[in-house]
Design a binder for this molecule. Structure first.
Ligand SMILES: [Fe+2]
Ligand SMILES: [Fe+2]
Length: 267
């Protein structure tokens, strides 16, 4: 039933707009501890729009600093490198996410980043800064499907709205899905193995060799939709040690936190 030639679709990955340069650089810096905060502030010095967005965010209620932070260096000193990196990623990915998936995609990504970070903090199973990136980028494969055939992807959205599983719907219409494509994109973008793995398995965490952190990505996604999704409660309890009632409380807090981020970055 596919309207799309899978090989052709993979071809298009080559033509995909490269990962925003600033993110490549920001991620590169984190891999190399020694290069430090100076390089991060150098990156931003070349991008005024980014700098002003970052400062706006840093001064938002999300971080709640008492004094106004007016320079990137000050922000770096207060937030640390990884937090600053996360803000850069969120801001720099915005154009790509909104142009390919609209505001909903951007909002969902941001919320999932916050959710993953929050769950990482509560469970301690993965570094919180890594968790934000995992959550924020988990659905990047959707960008590819949308580029390949926007009309068909619109149909997939409708199928999902009518209750069909998203991976099933994508497989039916494209003979591939956003989890597998996201994995390819993650490799192309040279993201970490951890990140690529979570992107690939966020809908099927028990197939992952990193099942715990993949379950964290799975749960972060599930609780980041406007209407809470059903999730495998037993698996989540076993992998993350979290009860449903706890998770629902977390969800409320995550919503609140991410709404602050969203309105700040969206204004
Ligand atoms: Fe997904
Ligand atoms: Fe998602």
């Amino acid at each position: 039933m596919s309207n799309i030639d899978t090989t052709k679709l993979l071809e298009q990955i080559k033509e995909l707009p490269a990962m925003p340069n600033v993110i490549v650089k920001a991620l590169g810096i984190i891999k190399d501890d020694m290069s430090g905060t100076k390089e991060l502030s150098d990156i931003m010095a070349y991008d005024q729009a980014l700098t002003s967005q970052v400062l706006k965010l840093v001064n938002s209620a999300y971080y709640g600093f008492a004094q106004e932070i007016t320079s990137v260096n000050k922000a770096l000193a207060l937030l640390g490198m990884t937090q600053t990196r996360n803000i850069i990623i969120a801001v720099a990915m915005k154009p790509m996410l909104t142009s390919q998936g609209g505001r909903d995609m951007w909002k969902h990504s941001l919320r999932c980043g916050v959710a993953a970070e929050y769950l990482a903090e509560k469970t301690g199973i993965v570094d919180t800064a890594d968790a934000f990136t995992i959550g924020f980028l988990h659905d990047i494969g959707k960008i590819l499907l949308n580029i390949a055939d926007t009309m068909t992807y619109q149909k997939v959205r409708t199928m999902v709205k009518n209750g069909q599983d998203i991976i099933d719907a994508e497989n039916e219409m494209f003979e591939t899905n956003h989890a597998d494509l996201g994995f390819l994109l993650a490799k192309k973008w040279k993201l970490s193995v951890l990140l690529a793995n979570c992107i690939k398995y966020h809908h099927d965490p028990m197939s992952s060799s990193m099942s715990q952190v993949s379950t964290l990505a799975y749960l972060a996604n599930k609780i980041s939709h406007d209407e809470p999704d059903l999730f495998d409660e037993e698996m989540v309890k076993e992998q993350l040690g979290l009860e449903v009632s706890q998770i629902m409380t977390y969800r409320d807090e995550i919503q609140e936190k991410s709404n602050v981020l969203f309105s700040t970055l969206n204004a």
